[in-house]
Every structure is written in C-alpha cells, then in structure tokens.
Design a protein. Structure first.
Lengths: 295, 402
C-alpha cells in the first residue's frame, strides 16, 4: 500500500524532468551544428569540387572528384609527415620540460604557486604572432644564443633561424603552457599522504614516483599531450616565421592553397585528410591510454 | 660613383620606422578571415563579367577615407609616429584618413576581398594598392570603379611613360603610386667578409657556393623570376613554358642544395639586420631605406621593375574622398616628399624637380632617379594568361615549399 502510494507520487515528478537534459544540451547542439557540422559539410563538398576552367577565377563546380584527395596526398605527404613529426617531438619535449615545473608547483611551490601560475599564463597576454616573431630576434645570427653556440661549434648549419630546430623550439615554446596546466591540475589532486605512505613502506624515491605519482598524473599527461600535439600539428605560423623551405608543415600548404593559389578543393581535401588522420591517431592513443578519468 | 652612400643623406627624422610585426599580424588576421570567407565562397562559380557594384557614395556626409597600402610606403615622422602628409591632407580638406599598412601580399588581398567583391559588398576600404598584374586582374573582373577625372585634376601630372597600359588605357581605373626595382640587396660588411668585395653584380656571385645558406629570395613570383630568366638568356617579357620551367628547375636545385635559405616578403629586412643572411633578392626601396651599410643593385644580366597602383574597389563608400586624396598625392611637391622617403621612383612629372630643389644630393640616387642604363636591364614579367597564371603560380608554390 505505501509502496504503491510512493510510486504514484514519484511518477509525475520523473516525467516532468525527463526532457530537461535534452533541452539543456540543445543550445550546445545548435552551436555545434551551426559552427561545426555545417562548415564541415561545406568543406567536404568543396573538397570534391572540380574546376570550372583553367584558372581559379573561373570558380569550381559541384562534383565528386575523389582524385582531389589522392593527388593532394601524393604531392604533399612530406609536409603531412613533417607536421606530425615536428609536433610529436615538440609534445615530447614539452612533456619533459613541463613535468618538473608542474611537479614543483603542485608539491613544493607553496606560496609561490600562484605567482608561478601567473607567470605561465602571462605570455598569453601578448599576441601569438608577436611572441613567435620575437624568437626571430632571439635566434638571429648576431644574437647571443647563436653566437655562443657557434663559438663552441655546436651548430652544423651555423644558424638556428630557418632550421627545423627553430620550428620545433617555437612549437615547444608556444604550446608549453598547454602542457603545464593540465599536468599541474592532475598532480595537484594527488594526496601527498599517498607519497608519504609509500615512503613509510620503504619504497625509494624513484619507485615512489613511478608507482604512485606517475600513474595518478596520467590523465594530465594525456590531456596535456593532446592539447599540445593537436594544435601544434596544424600550426603554420612557426614554420612560416622560423623555418626554411624544407620545414614547411601541412598548415603552410593549406594556407597557400587557400590564399595564394585559391585552389579551394585541394585545400579542403588536405584539411579533411588532416582532420581524419588526427582523429584516428587520437582514437588509437586514447584507447591505449584509457580515458576513464581524463579530466 | 658609389650610389649607396647617398642613401645616408636622407634626414634622420624621416628615416623609416618599420613595424614589421604589425604588418605580419595584420596579414595573419586577414589570412584567417580569407580562409573563412573562402570556405563559404568555394561552392559558387563566379561570373567574372559582373559589373562593378556602384556603391552609394557617402563622401559628403561621412568625411573619411580608408586606404590599404603596402608597408613603409608613406613618409612617417619618427618623432610622433604620424604621417605628416596625411595630417596635412586632413587639415586641408577636413577628410579623415584611415591609413593601414595591411596590403601585404597581392594574392592574399585578392583572396580576402574577392568573395565580397563577387557578392557586390563593400570592402570597407576605399583605396587598395595592387601591383600592375594584380591591378589588371581587378579591373578585368570589374572590381574597380572608374575615376571621376573632375576630382583628380592632377592626373595631368602623370608621367607619359605610365599613361597607357594595355589593361587600363587612359588610366580610367588605376593610377601608379610608386615604381621600383627588384634586385640584389646585401649587407656590405658581410659580403666583403665572404666574397672579398662589397659589390654584388652578377647571379654567379649570388649563387657562389661561399654564400650557401646565406641568401633569401623574394617570394613574389613575378619579381624574382625575371632575374633568373634574363640570366639564362631568355626574355622575361616574353618567355615560353620550357624557359619558365628551366628557371624553376634552377631555383629548385638551389633550394635542394641549401643555397637558398628562404623565400620571404619584406621580412628579409629583419634577416639582413640580424646577420642571418648576407644577400637577398629584394625590393629597392626597402634596402634604400636601410641606410649606407647595405647595397642594392640590379644584376648585370637584368632585374625586375614593378609599378604599384592605387585603385578604388567596387562598392567603396568614400569614392569622392578617395579621388581627392589621390589628387593630393599627385601634386609634385607632395610626390617629391614621398619619393624621398620611400626611395622608390615617383611616376609624377615635376616630382624630380621638386626633389632636387629641397635635396640636390638625392639626384645621385639611382633608385629614385634611375639612369637609362639601369632601366634598360629592368624587366617587367610578361602578362600571364589565366591558364599560365594558374600553372606558374602552382609551380612556384611548390618551389617555395607550399
């Protein structure tokens, strides 16, 4: 009797709230549709168009020209490969540089923690382009860095600017904060008592790190590498400003196809392929690393 | 006669303050906008015969004019970072000038504006400054508005040599802003160190193995290719596909062996100053403005010459104001001031005489007053058919790594 009563009271309440979650996600879905799905489908349609004439000024006609993809890939696979290679190296270097910083901030910095956070975020106050351009001055031939390294004969090409080293260094610099911040948040959540407990159980410092801290910080490592790798592989500013002809990445090609050559189908095909490759890589990576507590 | 030494005679207060970063920044923002616009416009074919949209001219009620020009193309006062000539124009006419240095690249600007022009929309810009071949494309596509000559009486001052061009007979749609050379620019001290001379005169020197990795070449196809074509014994004003390919192949070999460090726009200024490069293929005015430590000359086999033009885009809202400011700069006195500062050739009759009155030393400057001997080896690349343009641009993009 009392159970029946309860269910009678509960039912209408349940019903009333059933649609609310959907209503709540509606603006988000609408946003995604308008600014993601719609442009994406336009991009797909463009990538299959065929030229109406011999010049880009003649425009392009709707078609189903799959050879846009194969031609673009056959021509520009080196730039694809380079984009993933450079951003891969940059992500690893970022991780190596960021981990000690994030670790220090989470466990040792105490009252300097906020100051360090501000310092890490501060570069964002200046424009991305300005900061990258500043590297041209820092790495210039008459600059301090190059002169010092040259005096030890450490530079095979006697310069840094317009080499792959400069491009990777630029990528590392520009995307380092995106690695530090997620690492810091996941390290900061670790209960220091766990490390103490490991110490109490006679585990040496290296084991304390690899068995306790590292596994618990993995969500930060994964989100950090994703946040670094994805934008870095699509970046073209660093390769444009700091690299030579042989350091151009896929972003440069897409930019030039869109802007200089106005070959919209090729540019779209390249963009689409790039997105697909990234998607597959991320899928494999996340499946391997697990997303259970990816925060 | 050492022509470069004359460059230091320019008064210090009008030496350029180049804000390259700002230009790059503007360029990138423009580029992003163009990509966005291109995505939207890619699906439609364009009717290139569409007539220019005649925008409503609000010059009378809205006293301003927007001018998109190349970087370092207007005298700038170093003391207060203003453009004295624009200030004077505003004082004289009451028309406010919104002057931007965001015309950074012919192709980029075209890609950015084309979708708007095709839709007949206003660009929000009243004057653009494309180079000859690009100006021809604008006019041919109906993207430029015909001048009302009554507003530009000073048009009569245009030098005879520029009056009749095939793509704009009688100059109804475009007027030359400045003309200049593309040739060798170099750091004298560094060149002396490597080659033992502070003069760069031949392509053989430019591609001397000692300069390996120390040279930068202009990324503008039509400015660079005449140097190679003429050196290979071909005529840059009339060449075949094979001859073009031969020039590309040569440059490709120099890219492959690491001789050419990069292809850039006027970022080479920074590279020259920073000591990363010794020699560049550059625009004359840029090197002229850099001072006496740097040299500029055309290769003895030939360099290139270009003309940048002002034109009013279709749908511009301040057409009459634009014509008034063009007229203002067609005054020989004003034109002389501009030429002295930007170090390019003024297309305006009487500017030379004015310039000599104020600063006789500048007459010796071959970049501003090119002698016939120099003009004879300055080529303007032939006009490409649309097919050639597409094909050559594609080959060029591949060469420069894109």
């Amino acid at each position: 009797m009392s159970i029946a009563q309860e269910s009678i009271i509960k039912k209408p309440i349940k019903k009333r709230f059933k649609r609310t979650p959907y209503l709540l996600v509606l603006p988000g879905i609408g946003w995604l549709f308008l600014f993601f799905l719609f442009p994406l489908s336009t991009l797909l349609a463009t990538s299959l168009q065929k030229p109406a004439g011999l010049s880009p000024d003649d425009g392009y006609l709707p078609a189903f020209k799959v050879s846009n993809y194969t031609d673009a890939l056959a021509e520009y696979y080196p730039q694809f490969f380079r984009a993933f290679l450079y951003s891969g190296i940059a992500s690893v270097v970022c991780l190596l540089l960021a981990y000690p910083i994030a670790y220090y901030m989470a466990f040792r910095a105490r009252k300097y923690r906020n100051l360090m956070l501000v310092l890490i975020v501060a570069p964002f106050f200046a424009s991305f382009l300005l900061r990258t351009n500043a590297w041209k001055t820092i790495l210039s031939g008459d600059g301090l860095v190059v002169s010092v390294l040259n005096s030890f004969n450490l530079l095979p090409q006697e310069r840094i600017l317009n080499t792959s080293l400069a491009v990777i260094a630029g990528l590392v610099y520009n995307f380092l904060p995106f690695m530090i911040l997620p690492l810091y948040t996941s390290l900061e959540k670790i209960d220091p008592r766990l490390i103490e407990a490991a110490g109490d159980l006679y585990s040496p410092p290296s084991q304390r790190f690899w068995k306790v801290v590292w596994p618990l910080s993995l969500p930060g490592v994964i989100s950090g590498t994703l946040l670094t790798f994805i934008p870095a592989s699509g970046d073209y500013i660093n390769a444009e400003l700091l690299g030579s002809i042989k350091d151009k990445m896929i972003g440069n090609v897409i930019q030039s196809q869109f802007i200089d050559l106005r070959d919209y189908p090729t540019a779209s095909a390249l963009s689409f392929t790039f997105m697909a490759v990234i998607l597959v890589m991320i899928y494999l990576y996340i499946r391997k690393a697990g997303t259970d507590d990816l925060v | 006669m050492n022509k470069e030494e004359k460059l230091q005679d320019i008064p210090a207060e009008i030496r350029p303050f180049l804000t390259r970063r700002r230009v790059l920044q503007a360029g990138a923002i423009g580029g992003a906008a163009a990509v966005a616009a291109a995505c939207g416009a890619g699906g439609s074919t364009t009717d290139s015969s569409a007539p220019a949209a005649e925008g409503v001219d609000i010059s009378e009620t809205d006293k301003k004019v927007v001018w998109s020009n190349w970087q370092a193309y207007m005298p700038l006062s170093e003391t207060d970072q203003t453009y004295p000539d624009l200030v004077a124009f505003t004082a004289e006419t009451g028309i406010e000038v919104n002057y931007t240095e965001d015309y950074n690249d012919n192709n980029e600007a075209y890609a950015k504006y084309k979708p708007l022009l095709d839709k007949g929309q206003s660009l929000g810009v009243d004057i653009v400054t494309p180079t000859d071949w690009m100006a021809a494309l604008w006019i041919q596509n109906g993207y430029a508005m015909k001048f009302d000559d009554a507003n530009i009486p000073n048009k009569a001052n245009l030098n005879e040599a520029y009056r009749n061009v095939s793509w704009d007979p009688g100059r109804s749609f475009s007027l030359p802003w400045q003309s200049g050379f593309a040739g060798f620019g170099w750091n004298k001290a560094k060149l002396k160190e490597t080659l033992g001379t502070d003069k760069l005169t031949s392509m053989e020197q430019f591609f001397d193995p000692k300069l390996k990795g120390k040279v930068v070449v202009l990324s503008e196809l039509r400015d660079t290719i005449p140097l190679v074509l003429s050196w290979q014994g071909n005529d840059p004003t009339n060449f075949t596909d094979d001859q073009f390919q031969k020039a590309i192949d040569f440059l490709q070999s120099k890219v492959d062996d690491g001789h050419i460090q990069a292809f850039t726009g006027n970022e080479y200024i920074q590279a020259l100053e920073g000591g990363d490069v010794t020699a560049v293929i550059a625009w004359s005015g840029d090197i002229g403005q850099m001072g006496a430590d740097y040299g500029f000359d055309l290769p003895e086999t030939g360099g290139s010459i270009f003309v940048d033009n002002v034109l009013i885009p279709a749908g511009a809202e301040h057409k009459a104001n634009a014509e008034k400011i063009i007229n203002y700069f067609y005054d020989p006195v004003v034109a002389a001031r501009v030429a002295a500062y930007v170090q390019y050739i003024s297309p305006i009759n009487g500017a030379a005489e004015e310039l000599l009155k104020t600063d006789p030393a500048l007459a010796e400057n071959p970049l501003i007053f090119p002698p016939d001997e120099l003009l004879k080896r300055a080529y303007s690349a032939m006009t490409f058919t649309p097919e050639q343009a597409a094909k050559y641009s594609d080959a060029w993009a591949k060469l420069i790594g894109n």
